[in-house]
Design a protein around this ligand. Structure first.
Ligand code: NDP
Length: 323
């Protein structure tokens, strides 16, 4: 049975659009399911403001603007886009089945680029402060440089929190790690490195209870800016305020792989585990790229790079199959 599509791509962040661009330019006429709410078409950069570390943009670029350009470039070469979520996949036989809104599309090859989401605290104002550059971020590598000579808070007690706090001390005068327990999930060496850093302060047994904000900017640029946080003691419930210019949430990520459980090899946390050095997964013809298979780098540029790998591997695989 011949398939409806040579390549279906699920997901529309930097990885998905780069895979689409390469697949389209290879005449594979890819179909991209870009997703719809509650998912975020365009991915994590849609909830970011300034992106200063994507090469080719010396003056920086807004996250949503960058993703529009990715999409436009993929569409220019004939990528078809459906603004729908994929509800179900069946990789048990070829052609593969991809189901959305009750309709099934069959595909010779599938590229998965469904990304991961930073876990958030869901404290009031958080989403708006993240989207507007109001001082809340889930990525120190991306946003640390905006806090030169400022004070910041890092939430979490894992390796990411320790690493981000250490990284932030390159820019910040003071970094306070706020963690809900006294014990750390982070490895001892990472905790010790943070403990030995004189710029790092600690608020253990505390959670973030509220963002304290002030109005900043003028006219249409008016927005709320973090000026502090209210912390709550996990034992006594006592609250206190801490002055800070920014908050970095480092409480882990969740890869978007619920669709693929039981069909693809995943690690303990749920990340897809492609074959070493490749985008190819344990199922021939299914490829994975971007943050859905990367718990380590998590950058737009690395996601785009693996999107390119996935498309090139898919193209070669289709050719080998005589498709
Ligand atoms: P982890 O899951 O390891 O740690 C998450 C931390 O956030 C925990 O301390 C947890 O607290 C805390 N947390 C979770 N939810 C909340 C919440 N709602 N409110 C407050 N605190 C919360 O995630 P990481 O991102 O730190 O690490 C992920 C993986 O990546 C790990 O395997 C880690 O080792 C690895 N990694 C390795 C690095 C390295 O080796 N250089 C660098 C970065 C990551 P609690 O402990 O109480 O559950």
């Amino acid at each position: 049975m011949s398939a409806d599509r040579k390549v279906v791509i699920i997901g529309s962040g930097p990885a998905g659009w780069t895979a689409a661009l390469y697949a389209a330019r290879a005449n594979l006429e890819p179909l991209v399911f870009e997703g719809e709410p509650p998912n975020t078409p365009g991915g994590q950069l849609m909830i970011t403001s300034d992106v200063e570390n994507f090469p080719g943009f010396p003056d920086g670029v807004l996250g949503p603007e960058l993703m529009e350009k990715f999409k436009a470039q993929a569409e220019r070469f004939g990528t078809e886009v459906k603004s729908q979520n994929v509800d179900k996949v069946d990789f048990s036989a070829r052609p593969f089945k991809v189901e959305s809104r009750g309709e099934t599309v069959t595909a010779e090859a599938v590229i998965i680029a469904t990304g991961a989401n930073a876990k958030l605290l869901h404290v009031d104002k958080e989403a708006a402060l993240m989207a507007s550059g109001g001082g809340v971020s889930a990525c120190a590598t991306c946003d640390g440089a905006f806090f030169k000579d400022r004070e910041t808070v890092v939430i979490g007690g894992g390796d990411t929190a320790m690493e981000e706090a250490n990284f932030l001390t390159r820019y910040c005068t003071k970094v306070t790690i706020v963690h809900r327990r006294e014990e750390f999930r982070a490895s001892r060496i990472m905790v010790e490195r943070a403990q030995n850093n004189p710029k790092i302060h600690w608020e253990l047994n505390h959670t973030l209870d509220a963002y304290l904000v002030e109005e900043a900017g003028i006219g249409p640029l008016k927005r709320e800016q973090v000026v502090g946080v209210r912390l709550k003691h996990t034992g006594t419930g006592a609250t206190k305020e801490l002055k800070t210019d920014g908050v970095f949430i480092a409480i882990g990520h969740k890869p978007n792989t619920d669709l693929f459980k039981g069909q693809l090899d995943l690690d303990d946390v749920g990340y897809i585990t492609p074959r070493p050095g490749k985008a190819a997964t344990n199922i021939d013809g299914v490829f994975a790229c971007g943050d859905v298979q990367d718990s380590f780098y998590r950058q737009a540029i690395t996601a785009a790079g693996t999107g390119c790998m996935a498309a090139i591997e898919a193209e070669r695989w289709l050719e080998e199959q005589g498709l």
